[in-house]
Ligand binder design. Structure first.
Ligand code: SF4
Ligand code: SF4
Length: 480
């Protein structure tokens, strides 16, 4: 079987056995939820509600604040307590709409496409918490699901602009972590140039398995979501890109796609950071994307698996993006698993309702250990991009002692961007930012592979990120 791959990368312990066989469970939200107005890249959403307003599940809380922006919705019914600052996963503060949950889960009416009753009937009635099928995300028969959704006949009758409109109105953003508004990503300047739509099911980040569970448990919906994207670009190839450490997902999707002519599964060799957009495009198409390009410039649209699911819900069910699958894992978690969580839920409540800590963690990370953000507390909240919370009993990294570089070259071998991290980090330490730029420092994708592979424990990725951020800040200042 052909397997796709890229040059560079590393093989960290992936910890996926802790959660990969855990079917998705539902987490009920607590009394207070905080909906950040910056759950995406771009302009913050503009609040559409005020203190004292009653809101329903799925109600708009914030309108997109510009073209590159996205709408924000409530995941519960209740009363708006105000607009207040709340901590983001990155540690800074941003405006959030605070809603007191009334636990009634009264919902705004969604606008599914005509004939979606057959799909909804597969799940019975909505659960008491107001979600479709949330109460039992069991493995589904993809053929039966697709028969009920009828994506081909629905999409045949739709204009591409209607598909895009439903995605924009539902506030869908890239749920793999970047949070780029999906309607913008799906509107490239030259749509004719697109010949690949890649559904990113690599999930190379250690410990995270929520995309894997989604591929195993909702393959029919993911295929329908991909078909909605393909509608925007005509006769192009749709590819599910999945690392070969997920044979069950590969098998389920292959079986479901056996009669499709333009959609197939590409198994990728398991290697971090396979799921980084540039690595994935290189592996599948052999095309290069640099920091001045978008994937669309290389003829590719890359959509994360969770985003494809949100696209399905937006286009076919008319349902806004206000919940997501999340992995809660690590050796400090009592009962690691995958959960369907509402946006706006405090990390402390997520952990507590997922079963709590086995022991107090020395390190809590929003996301996975390679690209996630270390947390100083548990007062941040879930957003559309919250893929994981990972808690470790020991903070091994902080115990490591840095020693001088021994010129072994491992960091350069590991770098998927073909950089020499040891040199770039030295340039940042010496404040040689012009040389840093001349040596392609801006091409770093911040994957951390260099730091992970360094026997001298040099904080290479952190230094290179610092260099990139200083240069970007300098450029922003010059443009003012
Ligand atoms: S230099 Fe950047 S892209 Fe290269 S390995 Fe380090 S973090 Fe990854
Ligand atoms: S991996 Fe570490 S020790 Fe080896 S060359 Fe790079 S910075 Fe130096």
């Amino acid at each position: 079987m052909k397997k796709f791959t890229f040059r560079g990368g590393v093989h960290p312990y992936d910890g996926k056995e802790l959660t990969e066989n855990e079917p998705v469970r539902t987490l009920e939200p607590g009394r207070e939820l905080a909906f950040l107005l910056t759950q995406h890249i771009g302009a913050p959403a503009v609040p559409t509600v005020k203190k004292g307003d009653r809101v329903l599940t799925g109600q708009l809380l914030g309108e997109a604040g510009g073209f590159v922006s996205a709408r924000v919705f409530s995941s519960v019914s209740g009363t708006v307590k105000g607009i207040e600052k709340r901590r983001t996963a990155k540690g800074d503060f941003a405006d959030a709409v605070i809603v007191e949950n009334d636990f009634l889960y009264e919902s705004v009416p969604f606008e599914p496409l005509e004939g979606m009753e057959a799909y909804q009937a597969l799940f019975g009635q909505m659960s008491s918490s107001g979600w479709y099928g949330l109460h039992e995300l069991g493995t589904r028969d993809a053929e039966k699901v697709l028969e009920a959704i009828k994506p081909d006949s629905h999409l045949r009758d739709m204009h591409p602009s209607d598909v895009l409109k439903r995605i924009r109105e539902a506030g869908v953003v890239g749920m793999g972590g970047a949070g780029f508004p999906t309607h913008v990503k799906l509107s490239p300047s030259d749509p004719e140039k697109i010949d690949y739509v890649l559904i990113n099911g690599s999930e190379c980040e250690p410990y995270v398995t929520c995309d894997y569970r989604l591929m195993c448990e909702r393959p029919g919906e993911l295929i329908a979501g991909l078909k909605a994207v393909l509608k925007l670009f005509g006769d192009v190839q749709g590819i599910f890109c999945i690392e070969d450490n997920k044979p069950e997902a590969i098998e389920i999707l292959r079986k479901a796609l056996r009669r499709e002519e333009h959609i197939y599964v590409a198994p990728c060799r398991t290697k971090y950071p396979e799921g980084a957009e540039r690595s994935l495009i290189k592996a599948i198409t052999h095309r290069d994307v640099n920091s001045k390009m978008l994937p669309a410039d290389a003829g590719c649209i890359v959509v994360n698996v969770s985003t494809a699911y949100a696209i399905f819900e937006a286009v076919f069910l008319g349902k806004p993006d206000y919940k997501r699958l999340m992995t809660v894992s690590g050796d400090a978690i009592a009962s690691p698993g995958n959960f369907l969580v509402p946006t706006g839920m405090y990390y402390s409540e997520v952990i507590q309702r997922a079963g709590g800590f086995l022991q107090p963690p020395e390190k809590l990370i929003a996301g996975g250990p390679m690209m996630g953000f270390a947390q100083g507390g548990m007062d941040s909240v879930t957003t559309k991009t919250s893929s994981a919370l990972t808690a470790f009993s020991l903070d091994i990294v902080s115990r490591e002692k840095e020693t001088p570089c021994i010129n072994c070259g491992r960091c350069a071998d590991a770098c998927p961007a073909h950089l020499v991290p040891s040199h770039l980090a030295g340039m940042v330490e010496r404040h040689e930012l012009d040389q840093f730029e001349e040596n392609y420092g801006m091409e770093c994708v911040n994957c951390g592979s260099c730091s992970w592979s360094c026997p001298a424990k040099r904080p290479l990725a952190a230094l290179i990120t610092q260099g990139r951020q200083t240069i970007l800040a300098r450029k922003r200042k010059a443009m003012k």
